[in-house]
Design a protein around this ligand. Structure first.
Ligand code: ZN
Length: 195
């Protein structure tokens, strides 16, 4: 940030009185411009039919990670709830109609100032189509998930936890999906690197 959004003057980094870290402070009007983490919200659209389970993924049409696969997700807007954001992003990116389920993952990506949240969701029909930000959308069974072409580590972590829960339920160890909170420390743009 270089200029004050209140008065247009230059801002400078300084620690305001009573604070403990540098902020962008306007040198003219004194407004303190706080910067806080952004929320990225998405869904895990599940299609279950005749004993098979598939997940809807989108191939990104935009940078970063153009051409890589993601769960439908994006930045939360002002004046909407996290659930509304998940439904909206799924409509916008995948043209998909979902019934939103419970929260599944909450992933802190502190090094890029983001928190990612993914909701379980039931795909209501097969009437989906790529939106502006997607090249294509496609259903994947677990064995077909393009693990080496996933856009971000938060997508991989969420899918790994999802299929791990499926195993637990199949083996009778769990009766429902869990809720998971993790800290992601891997670089966001190098998903192939190990932890
Ligand atoms: Zn100002």
């Amino acid at each position: 940030m270089n200029f004050c959004s209140e008065c247009g003057h230059a801002v400078a980094l300084s620690i305001p009185e009573g604070d403990n870290r540098p902020r962008h402070v306007c040198t003219q009007c004194g407004t303190i411009h706080y910067q806080n983490p952004k929320m990225v919200i998405g869904s895990i659209p599940v299609w279950e039919h005749e004993g098979t389970l598939q997940i809807l993924l989108c191939r990104r049409a935009i940078e970063p990670r153009r051409g890589y696969w993601t769960l439908p997700a994006g930045f939360m807007e002002n004046a909407e709830t996290t659930g509304e954001a998940a439904v909206r992003e799924t409509e916008e990116e995948a043209g998909a109609n979902i019934e939103l389920g419970p929260l599944f993952t909450l992933l802190n990506v502190a090094h890029v100032h983001q928190v990612h949240m993914f909701y379980l969701a039931r795909l209501l029909d097969l009437d989906f189509a790529p939106g502006e930000e997607s090249l294509e959308v496609q259903l994947f069974a677990e064995r077909d998930i393009p693990w080496d072409e996933l856009a971000f580590p938060t997508i991989r972590t969420t899918l790994e936890l999802f299929f791990a829960d499926r195993v637990k339920m199949r083996e009778g160890v769990a009766s429902a999906y869990g809720v998971y909170s993790h800290d992601i420390r891997r670089p966001m743009l190098a998903p192939r690197e190990p932890d």
